[in-house]
Design a protein around this ligand. Structure first.
Ligand code: SUD
Ligand code: ADP
Length: 305
């Protein structure tokens, strides 16, 4: 079973205080973009997970091959919970990676969501979207959104979703950094910055929710915001230059995606995105530049047999 699954950017992310369970309450607006990983799940004599680079087919540094890979964890969870209702068994999982690793674009969560969809199909499990979402939630805060895609508000840990009807395509340029950032470290840095003196918080979510139906990139660009941006920039001060370079190149909005370090630049249209990408690529402020658009659909079977 071959499943295609999108990356996300957070158009809005407001972070509440640290909870006793180590998480923070969030209000976020997820937006899936057309940068896709593919996850191929096949019955095999022994379970395994292998990741290859979608661009060159080589190895992908930073992605665990063993039991810590979230796609393998997803297959194990499904086998454990549904073993009695279908023919579960060992699976070979191949991940074709295009989503930047540890980039704030939820690539690991995407692979987990794709593995849930692929294994459910392979094993003939008759699961509803709600049942899949419940398994997804147990794997990580970002996993349920990778199932649904589109644009959605996330509350709680970010895992309680309600869809946002905003279908006008948005055109993005993504600046990918040379080295990823650890999500728990970025949340911890925000706690530290707040203990030392509250950094400014993002505007209420209503601002972006009011802007989205207009489809107007200038209005939407002005409403982008992320409480984790200050923490990501504190850990990686060079992101300031990246953000400045994208705006100087003509982007109408900029935001660090999730816990970073990927920076997302909203552009007025596809031609402007090509111009911003070219200028940003020449600025020397990031490792790679991608053009993307959203909203993209969530995890979907694209082939079988
Ligand atoms: C920050 C966000 C924004 O969308 O995305 P990324 O930047 O990772 O893509 C997410 O909240 C990341 O979700 P996800 O990566 O699934 O998080 P999890 O694996 O569940 O949690 C990893 C760790 O991040 C911290 N965490 C995560 C979510 C949350 N609401 N509060 C937290 O404090 C906790 O320290 C937790 O142990
Ligand atoms: N299938 C996977 N793809 C990428 N990373 C994974 C995967 N499974 C586990 N991980 C771990 O999750 C961490 C976070 O990766 P990722 O989901 O790409 O970024 P982010 O949390 O910033 O959105 C990685 O550093 C890696 O150790």
């Amino acid at each position: 079973m071959r499943v295609r699954v999108p990356a996300k950017v957070n158009l809005h992310l407001s972070v509440g205080d640290l909870r006793p369970d180590g998480y923070h309450d969030l209000v976020t607006v997820f937006h899936a973009v057309d940068v896709f990983d593919e996850v191929v799940v096949s019955a095999a004599p022994r379970s395994s997970v292998r990741t290859v680079d979608g661009a060159g087919g080589g190895a992908v540094p930073g992605v665990p091959a063993g039991p810590r890979n979230l796609a393998g964890a997803a297959a194990r969870l499904l086998a454990k919970e549904c073993g009695r209702s279908g023919s579960t068994g060992p699976v070979a999982i191949e991940i074709i990676k295009n989503i930047p690793v540890a980039g704030g674009m939820a690539g690991g969560s995407a692979d987990a969501a794709a593995a849930l969809v692929g294994c459910a199909a392979l094993w003939g499990l008759d699961l509803t979207r709600d049942q899949l979402a419940e398994f997804a939630r147990r794997l990580g805060a970002d996993v349920p959104f990778a199932l649904t895609g589109g644009t959605a508000v996330g509350t709680g840990r970010g895992d309680l979703l309600s869809p946002v009807l905003a279908r006008t395509p948005l055109h993005w340029v993504l600046a990918v950094a040379g080295e990823g950032l650890s999500t728990p470290e970025v949340f911890a840095e925000l706690d530290r910055l707040r203990a030392a003196g509250d950094p400014p918080r993002v505007a209420p979510v209503q601002e972006i929710l009011a802007a989205l139906p207009s489809g107007d990139p200038v209005r939407i660009g002005a409403a982008l915001g992320n409480d984790l941006q200050a923490a990501a920039v504190s850990l990686r001060p060079e992101l300031r230059r990246t953000l400045r370079a994208g705006r100087a190149a003509g982007a109408v909005g900029s935001v660090v995606s999730g816990s970073g370090p990927t920076c997302a630049f909203l552009c007025p249209g596809p031609d402007a995105a090509a111009d911003v990408a070219a200028e940003l690529a020449g600025s020397g402020t990031c490792r790679a530049v991608r053009i993307a658009s959203g909203p993209a659909p969530g995890a979907r079977l694209v082939g079988s047999g």
